[in-house]
Design a protein. Structure first.
Length: 187
């Protein structure tokens, strides 16, 4: 049996990289949990230190936690601009929570129409990525006519239909085991 040496070496390298990335990801999750544990104990400073290290390495969930810490003054002096910076980093790393929080920041603190449009853009991106808070906010904003940019946005209505359809399916939860066996029709 002939095995291409270069192909075999490449496969081993890919497998090793996958293992390293998997272990690193698991360690990040452990560290996030460790930070959460310190936070739950009221040690906000230690939680922030843990999250800050992960956030600086590019971990989006940690970036959201650091942003929330700055926004609320947990373990650090309250600083809305710094919170916004961390939300932006998380949003750019495709974190739906970061996108939602960044969008809210822009629409609630925006001083001009441009800021509001940027906020709505981030809220829509969060909703597209499945963030339930963003979906609810956009639906409420459209219903209450808070932003003229949402007036004719049909996508926001679609979020509602998708949510209602999913909850109906979950409510009836039809599976192959729950469908009653009916007798075969007679001719």
């Amino acid at each position: 049996m002939f095995i291409n040496f270069h192909l075999a070496r490449s496969l081993v390298t890919i497998a090793a990289l996958f293992f390293i990335v998997s272990v690193s990801y698991a360690e990040n999750l452990d560290s996030l949990s460790e930070g959460q544990s310190f936070f739950n104990q009221g040690n906000y400073t230690k939680a922030l230190q843990i999250w800050q290290n992960l956030a600086e390495e590019g971990q989006p969930e940690a970036q959201v936690f650091v942003g929330l810490s700055y926004a609320n003054g947990w373990g650090v002096k309250k600083n809305i601009d710094e919170a916004s910076n961390w939300y932006m980093r998380a949003a750019e790393n495709n974190s739906p929570s970061g996108q939602f929080l960044l969008g809210l920041h822009y629409v609630t603190t925006g001083i001009n129409q441009y800021d509001v449009r940027v906020g709505i853009k981030w809220l829509k991106r969060a909703a597209d990525n499945g963030d339930k808070g963003a979906i609810k906010f956009l639906q409420k904003a459209k219903k209450r006519r808070w932003f003229s940019e949402l007036k004719n946005d049909q996508k926001i209505d679609q979020y509602q239909l998708e949510r209602e359809g999913k909850s109906v399916l979950e409510a009836i939860s039809i599976t192959s085991n729950s469908v009653p066996k009916l007798p075969a029709p007679s001719l």
